[in-house]
Design a protein around this ligand. Structure first.
Ligand SMILES: [Zn+2]
Length: 145
């Protein structure tokens, strides 16, 4: 069961007329503050803040609902559905959730417009290797702390 009263997203789980889909560990709702029509949120029933806290069963449950929405939304809205998950800093609720929404473009299109990045530009091998080392060593440092 959702832990009622913990946050606004936990409270959504108690509103049966607002649940789009659910399974044993996850549920989906229409976003209360939608970016656009068809904007859905998928989350674990349990109030947790981070992806790393998902159990294997919860992860499977969440991605099962995401997958179903990604199939259904294009039929309803005529656009493919993208999936986005914000870091805690950008979330209005601490409860981890994934945004699934119809989009006329891919995530690349969004970055191209919002961050003025090239739509698709192949990175030179040396840049990719440098990035790999940088991120790998950050992960190793993270894991050793
Ligand atoms: Zn919550």
């Amino acid at each position: 069961m959702g832990e009622m009263g913990k946050c606004a997203l936990c409270a959504e789980f108690g509103r049966k007329n607002r649940i789009i889909s659910k399974n044993r560990h996850a549920f989906s709702v229409v976003a209360r503050w939608p970016i656009k029509g068809g904007h859905c949120l998928v989350m674990p029933i349990r109030h947790i803040a981070d992806v790393s806290e998902l159990t294997g069963q919860e992860a499977k449950a969440v991605f099962g609902l995401i997958s179903a929405l990604q199939k259904a939304l294009p039929k309803l809205y005529g656009k493919d559905a993208i999936v986005i998950q914000n870091p805690a800093k950008w979330r209005s609720e601490g409860h981890i959730h994934f945004h699934v929404l119809p989009s006329k473009g891919a995530i690349r299109h969004l970055f191209e417009k919002y961050e003025n990045t090239p739509f698709r530009e192949e990175a030179p091998e040396g840049i990719m290797e440098a990035e790999t080392l940088k991120i790998r060593s950050a992960l190793e440092k993270e894991n050793s702390d």
